[in-house]
Design a protein around this ligand. Structure first.
Ligand SMILES: [Zn+2]
Length: 169
């Protein structure tokens, strides 16, 4: 999500990759690179990465209290054929059909994970950074769901700017 669908990070404008090969490279460079558990050797192609960028853009508003979050997640679940499915021996639970391609499999799993979070009343933990000039998204794991910023650099910038505003007042 942050690699493909965000254009402001930590107070700076960033340019997300705009073509398939660059998107695929960006995805390979981070943890959680989408891979199909059913096709472990399958390489992510530029075309896959373009489709994943569309999924990321569709789901981006789910982070940050969008009232349409549930509808967006439902649409993604349907579009990518999400369905609980046991495969392998011993059986492993996945959330896509056995014949799903890599992108549908990843999108169905991601949308299912978001649906589970929202469906147990924890959608408030799907957050977007509140600092000026930053749209990075994160999952808030604090006990009381109170995290406001993506990281220390944004927290420090926001504190400094609030301090300056108080001094001016
Ligand atoms: Zn931030």
């Amino acid at each position: 999500m942050n690699e493909l669908a965000v254009d402001r990070a930590r107070g700076r404008r960033i340019t997300p990759p705009t073509d398939g090969p660059a998107r695929a490279a960006a995805l390979r460079a981070v943890d959680g690179t989408p891979a199909s558990p059913l096709r472990p050797g399958r390489e992510l192609t530029g075309e896959d990465a373009d489709r994943l960028a569309e999924v990321a853009a569709e789901l981006r508003p789910v982070f940050g209290r969008d009232p349409a979050a549930a509808a967006l997640v439902n649409a993604t679940l349907i579009r990518h054929g999400a369905v609980p499915h046991l495969f392998g021996d011993p059986p492993v639970l996945a959330f896509h059909r056995e014949d799903a391609d890599l992108v549908d499999g990843w999108a169905a799993s991601a949308a299912t994970a978001l649906a589970m979070v929202i469906g147990v009343g924890q959608g408030v933990r799907l957050r977007s950074c509140e600092a000026d000039g930053c749209d990075l998204v994160f999952f808030d794991v604090t006990r009381n769901a109170s995290r406001r910023f993506c990281g220390l650099s944004c927290q420090n910038r926001a504190k400094a700017s609030a301090y300056r505003a108080r001094r001016r007042a």
